[in-house]
Design a protein around this ligand. Structure first.
Ligand SMILES: C[S@@+](CC[C@H](N)C(=O)[O-])C[C@H]1O[C@@H](n2cnc3c(N)ncnc32)[C@H](O)[C@@H]1O
Length: 297
């Protein structure tokens, strides 16, 4: 006969003290101080609607650091101000959603209108054409740009370009630099471009693809906080893509940022923003060339 045992000695699977099951809550005070710090440091707004998202994402840090409350977390973050912890926290609070060929109309516009115009003014032929993907996340946007530019250059005798991808998130940048993606991620990449610019893993069961070294040689990545005073990026860019980044910033920060972008753009250069973003109402030296596409005057 099977004997069912009860009591503390016979509870397999229940070894963790029950107290750990009580999920810490983010108080009004800690939410306010974290929100102020995040928007002050990286520009990203933290409205009330984002409280539970922030709470669940930062819970991972509490667990990793063996802390029992958000108060302890905030006290150690702000008290001893740890630069390392700030990097971890930022990695968790930013939204890194991106795709290859995201908002594909922009890439058509680039090939059909923007590149022929810039090339006729000497960019890419008399000097390398430079593109900056600001807020590049895990690299899908800059690699898409590199594919478009490679394809465009095939029809020309000489065409040289460089793409720079920058982001605040170290986690996203590590993925971008590795240039390795799950196969499901490359579904928006046209088949002929996959053949030319993506390498399949030898072990097909891993379901991974890698950016080809040749394409990768045109793209470099750097960590950059767009809120930093000094960007220290070298020369001007011919094209800036800053898509689906400012949507998380307040209007004042958006305008200041695009004034800075305008200063970084060569005369006649172009800025592309996300489809749900707008520069309407800002006083900037930019002409609207198409919806979400602007040209420096
Ligand atoms: C939603 S992704 C957009 C990626 C890509 N541009 C696209 O449209 O697919 C937004 C990116 O902006 C970055 N970001 C947010 N605040 C930033 C800041 N202050 N400086 C630099 N990058 C920032 C995030 O880390 C994230 O990778």
């Amino acid at each position: 006969m099977e004997i069912l045992q009860h009591g503390p000695l016979a509870s397999p699977g229940f070894e963790t003290p029950a107290i750990d099951l009580v999920r810490p809550k983010l108080s009004d005070r800690d939410f306010a101080r974290l929100g102020e710090f995040i928007s002050g440091t990286i520009g990203v707004k933290m409205p009330e609607a984002k409280r539970s998202l922030l709470e669940s994402r930062l819970l991972k840090r509490l667990r990793a650091l063996n802390l029992r409350s958000f108060e302890e977390y905030c006290d150690s973050l702000f008290g001893g101000f740890s630069a390392d912890e700030t990097v971890h926290m930022i990695d968790l609070v930013v939204t890194n959603k991106t795709d290859f060929f995201r908002e594909p109309g922009h890439f058509e516009n680039l090939t059909e209108r923007v590149l022929p115009e810039l090339v006729s003014a000497g960019a890419g032929t008399e000097r390398p054409l430079t593109v900056w993907s600001a807020g590049c996340s895990s690299g899908e946007e800059p690699y898409t740009l590199a594919m478009i530019l490679k394809e465009f250059g095939e029809g020309l005798k000489r065409f040289d370009f460089q793409v720079l991808g920058t982001d605040i998130s170290t986690r996203a940048l590590a993925k971008a630099s590795a240039g390795i993606y799950e196969e499901a991620k490359i579904s928006p990449v046209p088949m002929d471009l996959r053949r030319k610019y993506l390498l399949r893993s030898r072990d097909s069961s891993r379901g991974l693809v890698k950016i080809s070294p040749e394409l990768g040689s045109h793209v470099r990545f750097r960590r950059l906080n767009l809120m930093d005073e000094d960007w220290d990026l070298g020369g001007e860019a011919d094209i800036i893509f800053c898509r689906n980044v400012i949507i998380y910033f307040n209007r004042e920060t958006q305008e200041a940022l695009f004034r800075k972008f305008s200063g970084r753009l060569s005369k006649g250069g172009y800025i592309f923003i996300g489809h749900s973003e707008t520069l309407n109402g800002f006083d900037l030296p930019l002409d609207k060339a198409a919806p979400t596409v602007y040209r420096k005057m």
